[in-house]
Design a protein around this ligand. Structure first.
Ligand code: PBG
Length: 336
């Protein structure tokens, strides 16, 4: 390379490779495909029931029969996996999160139904107690504190319960210390050595989860906040330590959450570790885009696709996004 400006313009005109669609395609550095997209879905009790989520326009909680139909569409469009979240009936939530260990809970029944009818898609189950606790926290509240070690014991039971129902990937989202190591050890001991763990390794205490808490029904019940276990949004080095620990403890893949406001974290992690790295475009990010779309302030399709591409450019191997199905449809029939 030369520093001599004489060799710059007009010899170099950066716009040459932007002049038409084919050359733009030829020099494009990143691409998005259906196999990059993971679709989170909310499950409710009942038959033939769909229940819209007000703060997430276009997203519905589904009963298991309807869920299976959506998962079939996801498989047909080439999505590799879905992620399931239950809206547990209120009378089944208690301080001990007992329903999390019930082999016939909503999630286990959903997993079995999907495995039966759509066996060729990956199923990711969340590991955290918040859909099951009466106080809406991800862990067990003992003497007004989230008790790390008691919670980890509960998470092991929840994990094994979900794996026995057929879950392929456990995704601990609780941010307790040492849960990845403890769950990995239990899986090995119980003969589940092929179960994958996608750790929510760097999960921030974020206000962008608000609509999700409406969706799983924990926003009304949540007492206080999650700042004693989820990360401080001001921190970045700490994310590197969290990821390093989770990899050492046996995580197969790591995740950053939320997504768009934290792409700097994704980029650092990918550069440092070169492990499969995912990010979650969370409910509040979806809600922001959809609210502007509904007001005609943003264009739905282009903003959605641009937001997803930004994750790829930052270094993500995949994205958990409520846009997954819609985006996969567009990727199948590209218009531009
Ligand atoms: C709970 C969990 C949350 C999300 C995924 N798992 C919320 C929280 O931590 O309060 C958020 C997902 C989203 O906002 O879309 N363990």
């Amino acid at each position: 390379m030369t520093n001599d400006m004489a060799f710059a313009y007009p010899n170099i005109r950066m716009r040459r490779h932007r002049q038409n669609a084919w050359v733009r395609a030829m020099v494009r550095e990143n691409s998005l495909s259906a196999s990059d997209l993971i679709w989170p879905l909310f499950v409710i009790e009942g038959d033939n029931k769909r229940d819209p989520i007000k703060s997430m326009p276009g997203v519905e909680r589904l009963s298991i029969d309807l869920l299976v139909r959506e998962v079939t569409k996801a498989r047909d469009l080439g999505l590799p996996a879905i992620a399931l979240f239950p809206n547990t009936p209120d009378d089944k939530r208690d301080d001990a999160a007992s329903e999390a260990f019930n082999p016939d809970n909503l999630i286990c029944r959903a997993v079995r139904a999907i495995k039966n009818e759509v066996p060729d898609i990956g199923i990711i189950c969340d590991v955290a107690l918040d859909p099951y606790t009466s106080h809406g926290h991800d862990g067990l509240l003992i003497d007004e504190q989230i008790d790390n070690d008691e919670t980890v014991e509960a998470l092991i039971r929840q994990s094994l319960n979900q794996v026995e129902a057929g879950c392929d990937i456990l995704a601990p989202s609780d941010m307790m210390d040492h849960r990845i190591g403890a769950i990995r050890q239990a899986l090995e001991q119980q003969g589940h050595e092929n179960t994958l763990i996608m750790s929510y390794a760097a999960k921030y205490a974020s206000a962008f989860y608000g609509p999700f808490r409406d969706a799983v029904g924990s926003s009304g019940t949540l007492k206080g906040d999650k700042r004693t276990y989820q990360m401080d949004p001001a921190n970045s080095d700490e994310a590197i330590r969290e990821v390093e620990l989770d990899i050492e403890e046996g995580a197969d893949m790591v995740m950053v959450k939320p997504g768009m406001p934290y792409l700097d974290i994704v980029s650092r992690i990918k550069e440092e570790f070169q492990v499969p790295t995912f990010a979650y475009q969370v409910s509040g990010e979806y809600a922001m885009i959809m609210a502007a779309v509904q007001k005609d302030w943003l264009d739905h399709e282009t903003v959605m696709m641009e937001s997803l591409m930004s994750f790829k450019r930052a270094g993500c191997d995949g994205i958990l996004t409520y846009f997954a199905l819609e985006a996969a449809k567009i990727l199948q029939n590209p218009t531009s």
